[in-house]
Design a protein around this ligand. Sequence first.
Ligand code: CTP
Length: 398
Amino acid sequence: MRKHILLGISGGIAAYKSGELVRLLKKQGHEVSVVMTRSAAEFVAPATFQALSGNPVLLDTHDNALGNGMAHINQTRAADVMLIAPATANTIAKIAGGVADNLLTTQAAARTCPLAVAPAMNVAMWNNPANQRNIRQLCADGVAVFGPAAGEQACGEIGQGRMLEAVELADLLPDLWTPKSLQNKKVLITAGGTFESIDPVRGITNLSSGQMGIALARACRAAGAEVSLVYGQIQSAIPIGLHRSEQAISAQQMYDAVHRLLSGQDVFISVAAVADYRVKNAQEHKIKKTASGSPPVIELTENPDILASVAALPNAPFCVGFAAESQNVLAFAREKRIRKNVPLLVANNTALAMGQSTNQVILLSDDAETELPLMSKTDTAAAIVQELARLLARTKGV
Ligand code: CTP
């Protein structure tokens, strides 16, 4: 979804990361306008951001680049969201106090769109009681605070105050315009493929990349849910801002992790491609080739069905299952939804889904079967969350 992002850059060394952020946001298809403080322009030249954003970079309240001299109004009215990254202690203090003494702070005061700040400062400045008071004030005023992260700082000290990475800020930004349809909900998600050992170096796994589960974790977080993620083998990074995430390699480990984390969850979304069978005679040491050339015999035994076990609990959370089918998708999915007793099932064709960044799914519930178009897993996840929210509201009788 293309948005107009107003990026404010205040004067900290982390300003060099903001170039990467503009590049990422543009790559995602967004329009980006940059406003800088004079101090920020000492760290990175405005020409850098002009080239990356493709728009003029404004610095002064009376900048005439926009013709009518109303940059604080024109730019903020055009913006869907304003992000200040890096946000120094000084700029944070001014915004918390309603001070408008340069174009960036004037825009923060004059905006009508949501605002997020990404603090970046020395650890002692971050912990300073005045700064902490200002951060609390921003939160109370409805401003989103992204980070900061802990780690090694430009000054050589170690602690909290590092600006989040550009990729993390780009990940969090959509939360600002996503409807909070899962507010106050706790959601547990499994993602990725499991791995069943044959011996210490070999195993049985599948082609799942984990992208669909990760996209759903992001979409649920963006919709306001507290998200816990249990993941097997995945090829994408774990999103920022999750309540917790932990890895579970085998189906049995995933079963144990899910049941340990289940208490208090409102929703369980079982996206993981779980091995139906594990090796009964797994070997402690690497299996050697035999002189006779006869292949080893691998015996299989059935794994527990995680989704069915959760759905069968007396106080089961609202369960969302997936059906990975290579043929007869709709018929198998209908049967699976009933057999596993899940109110919402997402049917997908393995050829279109596994290992791909796009997916084409059918959403099956007791009152609807909706075929979605082929689209990115991000958009598919958003559509699943929308349907989930509809069914949850219906369950509550809202
Ligand atoms: N699932 C699970 N535990 C298993 C197997 C599957 O939790 N041991 C979950 C998956 O996460 C998915 C749903 O059950 O949400 C359906 O998985 P799928 O692989 O499509 O079906 P299976 O139950 O394995 O049945 P089949 O292999 O016969 O298609």
